[in-house]
Design a binder for this molecule. Sequence first.
Ligand code: PLP
Length: 401
Amino acid sequence: MKRKTGQDRSITQNWRPATQAVRGGTARSEWGETSEALFLTSGYAYDCAGDAAARFAGEQVGMTYSRLQNPTVQMLEERIALLEGAEACRTMASGMAAMTAVLLCQLEQGDHLVAGRAAFGSCRWLTDTLLPKFGIGVTIVDARDPQAFEDAIRPETKVFFFETPANPTMDVVDLKAVCGIAREHGIVSVVDNAFATPVLQRPLEFGADVTAYSATKLMDGQGRVLAGAVCGTEEFINTTLLAFTRNTGPTLSAFNAWVVLKGLETLDLRSRRQSENALAVGRFLEGRVPRILHPGLPSHPQHNLAMSQMDACGSIFAFEVEGRAQAHGLLDALELIDISNNIGDSRSLMTHPASTTHAGVDEAKRLEMGISEGMLRINVGLEDPRDVIDDLDRALKVVGL
Ligand SMILES: *Cc1c(COP(=O)(O)O)cnc(C)c1O
């Protein structure tokens, strides 16, 4: 594998994010293919036994086994790291594989973690069920309040873990304040940045140590494959994280990596257009529904904070109708928007979190997280927003709104 002659890193690393999304990390084989090659291979052959030994000893550059390295996967990892402005990135088989690995690789019995209350349902399972099972203490805080993080710190606190904007309540976390508190106390801040992607929000620039992604969402962006990623310093990725993932094997398949590479080529375009479309749909719903939680609208209590740390508002927001029956009625009346719990897709999708993504969280905890029975979450896609609005307008009339 070689790069184009003269394409040295001192030049390529200065490319802007939209350029990185198309070209970052590309390594061409001897055939000079323009599109990234898909290396469907589990193993690698060596010219001689000495080479095999040298490769295993880390004395020779090259790959040994696809649980550890793969050329297609490596291109994706370099591309995401360049987009993120991170020293290094490792991809995983799914967003949850990334979240699990990033927490378990750095926490052990007796340690303590502080996590945001509003979170993806499975992330709450990690913090509420898995980590305590291994003797890791967890404090859940209202992440909208930076002071709550500071107040929760114990001598054994090792990690802050939160998402912003958070799923599905659209709570916004003050990245600079919370990551600053973490730095002061020698705590590692891990930000789940799935809702925004590095195109819309770069937590490392606000002092975060590590970002973790479900690349299933906006990065693939077309609802095709599951993937995850973790970005951070060389030291964190290659020492702390790699020791865990090499041996536990949450590896991303080369095929899925290739699909995400194709997705990243249009990430900048899609994220910005979907943000514009989500704003148009949000403006339509404002005043028409009892409550809307949209970081791009001035009515969101943290609108100014959201816009000070995001380039655009993203494709996802939440709103409320009167209870579960009306929420289900609205979903059932849709003709264009799909009833689907995925997000970041180029199609508009809508779900009722209390009966789907957060059904596994008991009702009291759901209410504490801010998820009501009438809450709906929408991902606005790349369709003409006027058609999405027409669909909602018609469906809202059906349920009497
Ligand atoms: C979807 C999602 C995850 C989990 O990712 P998968 O790819 O589905 O495993 C984690 N965090 C957030 C914020 C998500 O939206």
